[in-house]
Design a protein around this ligand. Structure first.
Ligand code: DGP
Length: 112
């Protein structure tokens, strides 16, 4: 999608501190880190939010979760949190689906 920030990061048109780049996904550091490790895992395919996922995307979502696991290992984390914010009131600010991978400190529950 031409005016999507994360599509531009995936395409290399906007710089980001990338940790992993694969055929169908990209992992990069969140610019507003909320923990010592705060990564964003995004598909290259533009999907606005979890509400826009179809069953055809099931394997891609599995790949995103697997990338979280591998990125955590890359960061030497065995304890971490994976978050998806869906919709503005849930905290979503960028409408290109992404998983947050947070770790490196104790994380409270429930989230705010
Ligand atoms: P969310 O609020 O769940 O939609 O998460 C979006 C995240 O994206 C937020 O934690 C900040 C991050 N972010 C926004 N703009 C940029 C950017 O230009 N570069 C990077 N690396 N992260 C960004």
């Amino acid at each position: 999608m031409s005016d999507c920030l994360f599509c531009k990061i995936a395409a290399g048109e906007i710089p980001a501190d990338k940790v992993m780049e694969e055929d169908d996904l990209v992992v990069f550091r969140d610019i507003n880190a909320q923990a010592p490790t705060h990564l964003l895992v995004i598909p290259r395919k533009h999907i606005a939010s979890m509400n826009d996922v179809t069953v055809a995307d099931a394997a891609l979502l599995g790949r995103l979760l697997d990338a979280c696991r591998r990125a955590a290992a890359h960061e030497k984390l065995t304890e971490y949190r994976i978050v998806n914010n869906c919709g503005e009131s849930a905290g979503q600010s960028v409408f290109h689906i992404h998983l947050h991978l947070l770790g490196g400190r104790s994380l409270g529950w429930p989230p705010g």
